[in-house]
Ligand binder design. Structure first.
Ligand SMILES: *Cc1c(COP(=O)(O)O)cnc(C)c1O
Length: 403
């Protein structure tokens, strides 16, 4: 007898959910259908044509002319690692800003590359302090890279990428910038910032399936990678090898590209281009403002100060006395809504309501406020029934008048 497991008859069908956490976000039918198109060879001339469009669409999303712009086969963490393993050599000093979980992962990456991290800490929930970064460069003039997270998904704080990149340039250092959560939700202006190595993720504000990480490297960063005199510690993520597949001239086998996922990303980026970046940013802001108005009726307060708040990651304090898991469980079981828990030091203290990409829609804001109100009131929170949704509608109306 051969071993054979018992599996649910009829196969697996995921339940219907509204994905209002810190990613993945809801995916439109249009993008899901792109996934189901026939798989073809990753060196097929037709596929290669699609790859060129994909690179052009990514350049649009990042607002860059960088030739080296493509999706890494792997989640955002792979994009992060690609930047570090290609740009950090053993003994290199790297200034790393840490104001949340993902900055902490950058520190890990530097250490694993044999680099020496110089950590600039900021309180979780606040943006990176440019003054501290300037001071770190003054104390460590030999630092050759500055790494920071533009949109800290763990806290909901947005940092000033333009200023941070300028400080790095003044000290002749390259920049590694995490835009996993920012791309498509708030302005990411790679050429204007003159950022050097920038990575993102497919499943946040781009609303594509998880597992791809768009990256873009400036000419300066590419020259640094090409000039390395020792091989990168990673074979899979070595840009010098990958250029053979994604580069300008050659198309040779490196690894089997995830063809169908790339169709989906191509479609997700077409959706973004058709809407227009500025309209997408405005939509994220509009839905954030309506959600904020509704949450205020429930006595809920934001973690991040208004001027650094991410519209796509609404970090809020859990009202006193409420049970984190119970509330999130009720939202999921009774309303089909997923919101995010706090990470690390903020676990059990905050929730993160994501309104990312295709999840950033009026109907999701209304459904979320409705559900939050009903679940919180059942837990003893005092509120006027229907007041949260009414406040959101008033906020939308006020925006319409302002236009
Ligand atoms: C989600 C996220 C990542 C990691 O992306 P994965 O696709 O989960 O590997 C990295 N940085 C930030 C800021 C993120 O939000």
């Amino acid at each position: 007898m051969l071993m054979s497991p018992e599996i649910t008859p009829g196969g697996y069908t995921p339940p219907e959910r509204r994905l209002l956490g810190p990613g993945p976000s809801d995916i439109s039918t249009r993008v899901l259908q792109a996934l189901a198109k026939p798989t073809i060879g990753y060196l097929d001339p037709s596929f290669v044509g699609m790859m060129e469009e994909l690179k052009a669409l990514l350049r649009y999303s990042f607002q860059t002319r960088n030739a080296l712009t493509f999706p890494v086969s792997g989640p955002g963490s792979a994009g992060m690692e690609m930047c570090f393993v290609n740009l950090v050599n053993p003994g290199d000093k790297v200034i790393v800003c840490r104001n949340g979980v993902f900055g902490g992962r950058m520190v890990e990456n530097v250490e694993r590359c044999g680099g020496i991290p110089v950590i600039v800490d900021d309180v979780w929930g606040t943006p990176v302090d440019p003054q501290k970064v300037a001071d770190a460069f003054r104390q460590h003039p030999d630092a050759c890279v500055l790494a920071f997270v533009h949109a800290e998904t763990s806290t909901g704080a947005l940092s000033d990428a333009d200023t941070l990149c300028r400080i790095a340039r003044e000290h002749d250092a390259l920049t590694i910038v995490d835009t996993v959560t920012s791309l498509g939700g708030v302005p990411v202006l790679v050429d204007q910032w003159r950022a050097d190595a920038v990575y993102s993720g497919s499943q946040k504000c781009l609303s594509c399936t998880p597992g791809l990480s768009p990256i873009t490297f400036s000419e300066r960063a590419v020259d640094t990678v090409k000039g390395r005199n020792r091989k990168s510690q990673s074979w899979f993520l070595d840009l010098n090898l990958l250029l053979g597949y994604w580069g300008e001239t050659t198309r040779t086998y490196h690894h089997t590209a995830p063809t169908n996922s790339l169709y989906a990303l191509h479609e997700a980026l077409r959706v973004l281009q058709q809407e227009g970046l500025e309209n997408a940013w405005a939509r994220h802001r509009s839905n954030h403002l309506a959600l904020k108005a509704g949450l205020a009726e429930l006595g809920i307060e934001f973690v991040v100060a208004e001027d650094a708040r991410l519209p796509q990651v609404n970090s809020i304090h859990i009202p006193g006395g409420l049970d984190d898991k119970q509330v999130r469980g009720a939202l999921l079981q009774q309303h089909g809504i997923e919101i995010g828990a706090g990470l690390g030091a903020l676990a059990g203290k905050i929730w993160r309501i994501g309104l990312m990409g295709y999840s950033s829609r009026v109907e999701n804001v209304i459904a979320c406020l409705n559900a939050m109100e009903s679940v919180l009131m059942a837990q003893g929170v005092k509120a006027e029934p229907g007041s949260a949704v009414a406040a959101a509608y008033r906020a939308y109306a006020a925006q319409a008048t302002a236009r």
